[in-house]
Design a binder for this molecule. Structure first.
Ligand SMILES: Cc1cc2nc3c(=O)[nH]c(=O)nc-3n(C[C@H](O)[C@H](O)[C@H](O)COP(=O)(O)OP(=O)(O)OC[C@H]3O[C@@H](n4cnc5c(N)ncnc54)[C@H](O)[C@@H]3O)c2cc1C
Length: 360
């Protein structure tokens, strides 16, 4: 079979090129909320991509944070939708791995690493979504042997395809609890994905809960205060910046090809390439634990670069790039995603300053 891909055990493995070529080829097919990157995810599973993020104990390859960043950079420059879906899977796995419950981990993590089951997260209502509302959108109440969940997780990627959902809820007294719910539990309803400005193929939408019972054995963290601030990553984490830089790479590759015979593009390209190199260095130094700037500054720069590089590619692609179906137009829409995805307040504020032409 043509598309069989050997396992990718390091970001420099030559098979990475094969996988990325295939993801690029398929990326144009993800247009609406009825699409889903199932073929792409199958190929990723075949290449062992899900194992990159998991420790050897659970069947993973235990890649370092630096290698994970390198992997994300490659995948996201090939297909942002597939890579974004993978980040939500990884967010779920990280939260499960951070739990102290060995039995639960050994039940779920090896299956997740092998790509046999899929997991997603519904946690934004505890961090960056619906925070200004007086009442929590998803509430957990203690019942015999576990918890009863009522309300809605407003944003869940790939809910229909997920077997497990790492979901955060609020308690009446104001604390929070994080648990992993089986998606076939009675009372869970996955609504249709939204038709989005970009990334509609991630099938992101609401998941409703009506008296959903989750046993105590499936609690990952809490009940407690601010349970999202520890264990398994935070908003505006390195992977969000890595994906923005990856998409910028795709746009700059396009610009590079165009600039070969168009002198007027060369100065713009050189400036953006230099910023890209610098940003990659910041990403790698953060990944090895020697940050050269704050995570927020990194994300702010990445947001700025992805908007400017995709729009520069559109200037080069001209009207043809604005026609539905052209990849450059798609990249411009996808770049807007970084203004809203897991965007902590200081980053949103810095983005607003840049858009208003104000000094930070
Ligand atoms: C494509 C996509 C996929 C996603 N996937 C996931 C996922 O898998 N899992 C997950 O957990 N999260 C996911 N998210 C959620 C994401 O990380 C953010 O939490 C989300 O984008 C925040 O947007 P919101 O509209 O919910 O914000 P909100 O803060 O709820 O804003 C909604 C509206 O409320 C109003 N508003 C906002 N703030 C205020 C205020 N202070 N005062 C008055 N009015 C206000 C505004 O009119 C705004 O339009 C996803 C988001 C997107 C776009």
């Amino acid at each position: 079979m043509k598309h069989l891909i050997k396992e990718i055990r390091s970001p420099a493995a030559p098979q990475m090129n094969d996988l990325c070529e295939q993801l690029t080829e398929l990326s144009g097919g993800l247009q609406t909320h009825s699409d889903w990157p199932s073929e792409q995810l199958d190929r990723c599973a075949e290449a062992g991509v899900f194992r990159w993020f998991m420790s050897e104990e659970w069947g993973g390859y235990g890649w370092s944070d630096e290698d994970v960043v390198r992997g994300y950079l490659r995948l996201s420059s090939a297909c942002l939708t597939t890579t974004f879906v993978i980040t939500q899977f990884v967010a779920a796995c990280r939260r499960i791995s951070a739990s102290s419950d060995k039995r639960l981990k050994s039940e779920l993590l090896p299956e997740l690493a092998a790509g046999k089951i899929f997991a997603s997260v519904g946690i934004s209502h505890l961090t960056t979504s619906r925070r200004h509302l007086a009442k929590p959108v998803l509430v957990a109440e203690p019942v015999t042997g576990g918890w009863s969940l009522n309300g809605v997780a407003p944003w869940v990627t790939g809910g229909r395809c997920a077997d497990e959902l790492v979901v955060g809820s609020s308690l009446k007294e104001g604390t929070q609890v994080l648990m992993v719910a089986a998606m076939n539990s009675r009372g869970i309803q996955v609504e249709n994905g939204f038709e989005l400005v970009g990334l509609s193929g991630s099938q992101t939408g609401k998941v409703s809960f009506e008296n959903v019972f989750v046993p105590d054995s499936r609690v990952l963290a809490g009940p407690g205060e601010n349970i999202m601030s520890s264990g398994g990553g935070s908003t505006g984490g390195l992977q969000t910046s890595a994906l923005a830089v990856g998409l910028s790479c795709a746009a700059l590759e396009y610009l590079k090809v165009q600039a070969v015979h168009r002198a007027e593009l060369q100065e713009n390209l050189a400036a953006l390439e230099q910023q890209m190199e610098q940003l990659q260095e910041h990403l790698f130094s953060a990944a090895i634990g020697q940050p050269s700037c704050s995570r927020e500054a990194l994300r702010t720069e990445a947001n700025s670069l992805v908007l400017r590089s995709t729009q520069s590619a559109l200037v080069a692609a001209k009207g043809a790039g604005y026609v539905e179906g052209h990849r450059v137009g798609r990249w411009c829409r996808e770049a807007l995603f970084f203004l809203v995805w897991s965007c902590p307040q200081p980053v949103a504020q810095a983005n607003l300053c840049e858009l208003a032409g104000l000094e930070l």
